[in-house]
Ligand binder design. Structure first.
Ligand code: B1H
Length: 830
């Protein structure tokens, strides 16, 4: 009877459906206007661009939700092995354009809006960035989510819903200031609040041993409980109905919080105290290298891990009754060590809550985790002070000790009593302050340890994780990073996108970037060249307008647009770039009229954020502004050289800057950039690279040949040798000269720049700017020379795009899926 009733209800529900939302321009217009009236609550006769953007986004969201539901239901029914991608950072940027493109309804929306008197591009500019991450690692997560959806993998991302994303960079007098990024101020149409998907997350307290049916079990009695609430963000694939989920957790006060205080009558204070819970997911840490020993950061990590694993285990148990099946149904991926407390947490769940034996639980854990490290040097690896961990997570510390005890016993059997090696490999670092080494933990438990480029893996094997590599060589692999061509060509460079599709005669490259090699067939076609040139020009115009609006500097479109945009770091050597610009300026100043005619005009563009506490990086930003002021106001120089700093570099600024660049610089001292994904975005946009042989540049050379980029600087091996040898006095004269100019106050602020100059002085120059300066200038001269041969430059530009297919995140994700996660596509039927 009950079944019959339910059947009748379902039938009624079904009969009330109008079918799927329609995507013809008229239906879209109706939907948009309905959202103007009923969601934004404005009159259809009076709403502005921002309100139009909101209504438009809500109509897109509706369409996303349809597919997202269908994908869930289909995957739930099919029960494939699922991937859970755990990352504390996702740099999603804007969603509107990306969504309509991936849904395949871009043209329909453009037409619908036109008829309403709006322009899609103008409304798209209303959207702010979702900046829940720092730099390369976080944008990589975002690109990989796009690929997971597009390739139909049954995957979910998990992350934190920071209320404040990465700070906004404001430049005052050439100095960086940080302002909070309260990105949720104007609402966020791209998320779905799941007020019923909540979990309790525990902190502090004690561990007790209790007797249960004659067995002893550890029970964690928490001192504080916080609630995690899910916010779901649909991620649409391109050319598929599949729309996957990025689930972000927000902290809310738990109902169990401080019940005592209510009963004792301190009502006001206990309400105020409840707010403390929310601080956990309040703010993203802005250092893009590790930050160690901060309690709030550890709380964020555990909060994230605990909520995600509860959710994952609950979903697993809904469909499966035996934990032996877990490794066949679930892959857990650790994006760097930031979520590596997952290992201790899964052991706690399996042993303390599910009452599995330790060995069985450990066996399962070792089969579900894989790990990618993005770090190069051992000093960059994450450590957590034992005292801190023990007070915040007392049971987890016990578990970590037990994991380590077992590991050490096994290791002794394998390698004998080599105490130095044992202590290097131990998960617990002994010393004045005892630490947990999160990388060692991740390596011990993961079945696969991934580097992000070939060179990076070599460094891991030979140095950073040498001991582990010798123990478990089969665990170590690399998956060269990639970026999604959907965001970095289709969204950000529509004219290039159209040109590529026209000449390839297909749009299939948007799902299969290898097809870009087909452009090689046209590399000598003059009609093709003509169109290619126009595309670059349009993009340079767009960028020039932006530069003028941001900095007041007018730039010439005939100049080479030379760009370095990325986080500011000593190892990325923005200082080398600036010193090179000073050298160029100095040369021009000393030239006669005739020689000046031969100078290739340049617009040098630098952008990037410095971590708020990173003094030297902040001085680099100030130096850039000081040099820019001098050069840009020197009427003697005119259009021959301009320097502009683009403030607040983020994903949407990148979408504007990268398509407009002629040359892009990737200057890290060889051996320091694990991969470097910015260069791939530039390649996809037909920009030439000037780079060191670092990270994935080595593979870019493999793909395109040495003739297709400007390479300079010491190779990894030489860097090691140079450092071993100690300081040489062989620094080029030009280097000493430009450094002297800064030291002598040629750009003002003499005292302020002193410590910056000291970092590259002979004997101190860890990143070898002095050593590489000569070859850097040579590479720059080669770039100048190529630029005045437009045909040559054009060929190089075309071949860059043609060779960029290998650096699509689709390739990366497919490698992970097949070799590491062992998951298959699960394509939702249309
Ligand atoms: C990269 C980080 C990173 N490596 C700690 N490590 C962080 C470390 O908040 N934290 O604590 C945040 C980020 N990010 C970058 O990853 C590498 O430097 C790049 O070379 C690489 O391309 C990128 C993606 O693999």
């Amino acid at each position: 009877e009950a079944v019959g009733e339910r059947g009748a209800k379902a039938e009624r529900m079904f009969s009330l459906m109008d079918g799927f939302l329609k995507n013809d321009p008229l239906s879209l217009q109706k939907d948009i206007l309905n959202h103007v009236e009923y969601t934004v609550a404005r009159s259809r006769f009076s709403f502005d661009d921002f309100e139009a953007y909101q209504a438009l986004s809500h109509s897109v969201r509706d369409r996303l939700i349809e597919r997202w539901h269908d994908t869930h239901i289909y995957v739930k029914r099919t029960k494939p092995k699922r991937l859970y991608f755990l990352s504390l950072e996702f740099l999603m940027g804007r969603s509107l354009s990306n969504s309509v493109i991936n849904l395949g309804i871009q043209d329909q929306y453009a037409e619908a809006l036109n008829q309403l008197g709006f322009e899609f591009e103008v409304l798209a500019e209303q959207e702010g960035d979702a900046a829940l991450g720092n730099g390369g690692l976080a944008r990589l997560s975002a690109c990989q989510m796009d690929s997971l959806a597009t390739l139909d993998y049954p995957a979910w991302g998990y992350g934190l819903r920071y209320e404040y994303g990465l700070f906004r960079q404001v430049i005052v007098d050439g100095f960086q200031h940080e302002q909070p990024d309260y990105w949720l101020n104007f609402g966020n149409p791209w998320e779905i609040e799941r007020i019923h998907v909540t979990y309790e997350v525990k902190f502090y307290g004690t561990v007790e041993e209790v007797d249960m049916n004659g067995e002893k079990h550890k029970v964690w009695v928490p001192g504080e409980t916080v609630e995690a609430v899910a916010y779901d963000n649909p991620i649409p694939g391109y050319g598929t109905r599949n729309t996957i989920n990025l689930r972000l957790w927000a902290a809310k006060p738990s109902n169990q919080f401080d019940l005592e205080a209510y009963n004792t009558g301190d009502y006001i204070n206990s309400v105020v105290n409840r707010q403390r819970a929310e601080t956990i997911s309040n703010v993203l840490y802005p250092d893009d290298r590790s930050h160690q020993g901060k309690e709030l950061r550890l709380k964020q990590q555990y909060f994230f891990v605990s909520a995600s694993l509860q959710d994952i285990i609950r979903r697993f148990k809904e469909a499966h009754s035996n934990f032996d099946e877990l490794p066949d149904k679930v892959a857990l991926h650790l994006n760097d060590t930031h979520p590596s407390l997952s290992i201790a947490e899964i052991m706690r769940i399996l042993v303390d809550e599910e009452h599995l034996g330790w060995n069985k639980a450990w066996d399962i854990a070792c089969k579900v985790f894989s790990f990618t490290t993005h770090t190069v040097v051992a000093e960059g690896l994450e450590k957590i002070p034992v005292d801190l961990l023990g007070s915040l997570l007392p049971r987890h510390l016990q578990i970590l000790y037990e994991i380590n005890f077992n590991f050490m016993e096994e290791l002794k059997k394998r390698i004998g009593l080599d105490y130095n090696r044992l202590s290097r490999m131990s998960i617990v670092e002994e010393g004045a302050v005892k630490n947990i080494r999160m990388a060692n933990l991740s390596i011990v438990c993961s079945h696969t340890v991934n580097g992000v480029s070939k060179l990076h893996l070599d460094t891991l094997k030979m140095r950073t994780f040498k001991d582990f590599y010798e123990l478990w060589p089969e665990k170590f692999q690399f998956k060269t990073n990639g970026v999604t061509q959907r965001r970095w060509i289709v969204v950000s460079n529509p004219s290039l996108c159209a040109l590529i599709s026209k000449w390839l005669g297909t749009e299939a490259w948007i799902r299969n970037a290898d097809l870009l090699t087909g452009l090689r067939d046209h590399v000598d076609n003059t009609d093709f060249h003509q169109e290619w040139r126009m595309v670059k020009k349009v993009n340079k115009m767009r960028l020039a307008e932006y530069i003028e609006a941001m900095s007041g500097v007018k730039v010439s479109l005939d100049a080479m647009f030379d760009v370095q945009v990325k986080r500011i770091h000593e190892y990325k050597r923005q200082l080398l770039n600036i010193l090179g610009i000073i050298h160029r300026y100095d040369c021009i100043k000393n030239m006669d009229k005739n020689d000046r005619k031969k100078v290739v005009p340049r617009v040098c563009i630098i952008g990037g954020k410095a971590a708020p506490g990173y003094e030297i990086a902040k001085k680099i930003i100030k130096l850039c502004h000081a040099v820019a002021e001098k050069i840009n106001n020197d009427t003697d120089i005119g259009d021959l050289l301009k320097l502009v700093f683009i403030p607040d570099y983020n994903v949407s600024v990148a979408e504007l800057v990268i398509p407009g660049a002629d040359l892009s610089q990737h200057l890290s001292t060889a051996g320091h950039e694990a991969s470097g994904t910015g260069s791939m975005k530039f390649l996809m946009n037909g920009c030439l690279l000037l780079a060191t042989a670092d990270g994935s540049t080595v593979e870019i050379i493999e793909e395109m040949g040495l003739d297709n980029l400007f390479l300079f600087g010491a190779k990894v091996q030489e860097v090691a040798e140079l450092r071993e040898k100690g300081p040489t006095l062989k620094v080029p004269l030009q280097f000493a000269r430009v450094l002297r100019m800064v030291r002598d106050g040629y750009f003002g602020h003499k005292d302020y720049f002193k410590s910056l100059c000291d970092t590259v002085e002979i004997g101190n120059d860890f990143y070898l700017l002095g050593h590489d300066f000569g070859s850097y200038l040579e590479a720059q001269a080669a770039a100048d020379k190529a630029f005045v041969e437009p045909e040559k430059w054009m060929r190089m530009s075309i071949l860059s795009v043609a060779g960029s297919g290998r650096f699509s995140s689709d390739r990366t994700i497919q490698e992970y899926a097949e070799r590491t996660w062992k998951i298959d596509p699960c394509r939702c039927p249309l």
